[in-house]
Design a protein around this ligand. Structure first.
Ligand code: S3P
Ligand code: PEP
Length: 465
């Protein structure tokens, strides 16, 4: 099975006017709810999943900043990548899409539309990566706006760092929030000290600006970086596009030389965070799921969710470009686990969703920062579990989920794709679930419910314009 659904999406102008993250690449537009039925039979499948959001947006941005033509294959077609492509087009880059292949004629330092007004929807990646590139790259005065949700997410540490490097970035509305006004060629670069405690994306955003900055950048981390692997992914992608980078082993100090980006042809792997939902389905149904287009060769931290599934009694087969999880008979998972989810925080909700089906408590630690993701993910998931009759202890930095048989529930999704996808998994293993406003899955996986139905799971109400 492949995952290249055609979707009808929403009108881009309307989405922007409404401050929505949805896009012409959204699925389930106007669909008020979907019903996911419980599924007792083992789910057994080989599945190829949509491309990585993180690699897609990094590659699109680097390609647009390169002087020349790049070809990206295996691109993710989702809301986050739509708005990234659209922003680059408004800037003047030619992006030709054919399915999941993009041909990009990069701009280098040229800015054919020096007063471009850009809209990046709800994408944390583009919100944190594009400002530095605009400030360091070619001449112009650009406006960058975002969805209502993204306007409320943290940006201040990034803006502080970019301003320290010379960036002329102002916020005509709310302080340190989009819309941003960015003066091109203001960011000269040099040394900067940064905290990584709230988001790794701030570090990635400064690093990506480095090759465009006159002096490059020299980043010194003052504390720790949440989800450090994403910084390594940034450096990797930058190198793929010809940047010269240097980093110590623990990514506490990093240097990027000036010199711009070169075009590249890149094959993108599947999204490991999306894979967690499908691997979790194997775990809770006592089935077997092979994800055929991402494996242990990846740098995406969420692939390590398989290590947790293994601790919970699953059998895992690891290959460089594929991974297989076999659940224990009848999905009887082993509990009594303490898990530090900081390095792979996007998989937190997947773990919370399968935790009730374990034979002992599952304690999740060190993810306070996910309260500032698309929703307050700790608060929202704890409330959802309680509504479904699952005992849960909420802490500032995580939660402990206790064994239970969840009831059926009608659940809000809070405009958070991971809340929707995780609760769908819980519904399959439990008593089913009605998910309100399910179109939010389009942020990273528009065909999610089609894929679920393709596995034999009962999904009703998912057809819609
Ligand atoms: O750089 C990236 O591609 C990402 C970094 C992480 O964000 P934070 O470091 O803000 O937690 C992760 O949660 C997000 O989904 C993708
Ligand atoms: C935190 C996430 O997204 P973003 O890239 O918007 O930060 C996510 O996908 O879980």
């Amino acid at each position: 099975m492949t995952a290249t659904d055609t979707t009808t999406g929403v009108d881009a102008d309307r989405a922007e006017a409404e401050g929505s993250g949805l896009s012409p690449w959204s699925a389930l537009v106007g669909v008020p709810h979907v019903d996911v039925a419980p599924h007792r039979a083992p789910i057994v499948t080989d599945i190829a999943l949509p491309g990585s959001k993180s690699y897609t947006n990094r590659a699109l941005l680097c390609a647009a900043m390169a002087d020349g033509r790049s070809t990206l294959t295996g691109l993710l077609r989702s809301d986050d990548s739509y708005w990234c492509v659209e922003s680059l087009r408004r800037l003047g880059a030619a992006v030709t899409m054919d399915g999941t292949t993009a041909i990009i004629d990069g701009l280098g330092r040229r800015r054919p539309h020096p007063e471009a007004r850009l809209y990046i929807g709800s994408a944390g990646t583009t919100a944190r990566f594009l400002p530095g590139l605009l400030a360091a790259g070619g001449p112009g005065r650009f406006t960058l706006d975002a969805s209502r949700q993204m306007r409320g997410r943290p940006l201040a540490p990034l803006l502080l760092a970019l301003r320290q490097l010379g960036g002329d970035i102002t916020c005509p509305g709310t302080e340190d929030a989009p819309p941003l006004e960015i003066e091109g060629v203001s960011l000269l670069g040099g040394p900067v000290r940064m905290s990584g405690a709230v988001s790794s994306q701030f570090i990635s955003g400064v690093l990506m600006a480095g090759p465009m900055a006159l002096n490059g950048v020299h980043v010194l981390i003052t504390d720790h970086v949440v989800q450090k692997d994403y910084v390594a992914m940034t450096l990797d992608m930058m190198e793929t596009f010809g940047a010269i980078v240097e980093a110590d082993d623990d990514l506490a100090e990093m240097r990027v030389e000036p010199g711009g980006y070169r075009p590249a042809d890149v094959a993108l792997e599947a999204d490991a965070s999306t894979a967690t939902y499908f691997l979790a389905l194997a775990a809770v149904t006592g089935g077997r799921v092979t994800v055929t287009n991402v494996g242990t060769a990846t740098r995406q931290p969420d692939l390590r969710f398989i290590d947790i599934l293994e601790r919970m009694g699953c059998r895992v087969t690891r290959e460089p470009a594929a991974v297989t999880v076999e659940g224990p008979p009848e999905g009887r998972l082993t509990g009594g686990l303490d898990v530090d989810m900081r390095p792979l925080s996007d998989a937190t909700l997947t773990l919370a969703a399968i935790a009730p089906f374990a034979d002992g408590p599952v304690a999740i630690h060190n993810v306070a920062h996910i309260r500032k993701h698309e929703s307050d993910r700790i608060g929202v998931m704890c409330a959802a579990l309680s509504t479904l009759g699952v005992p849960v202890d909420e802490r500032t930095d995580g939660m402990t989920v206790h064994p239970a048989r969840p009831s059926h529930g009608v659940m809000e999704t809070h405009d958070d794709h991971r809340v929707a996808m995780a609760l769908a998994v819980l519904g399959v293993a439990g008593a089913g679930v009605r998910l309100l406003e399910p179109g939010c899955v389009s942020k990273t996986c528009p065909p999610f419910f089609t894929l679920l139905a393709g596995l034999g799971v009962g999904v009703a109400g998912a057809s819609g314009g």
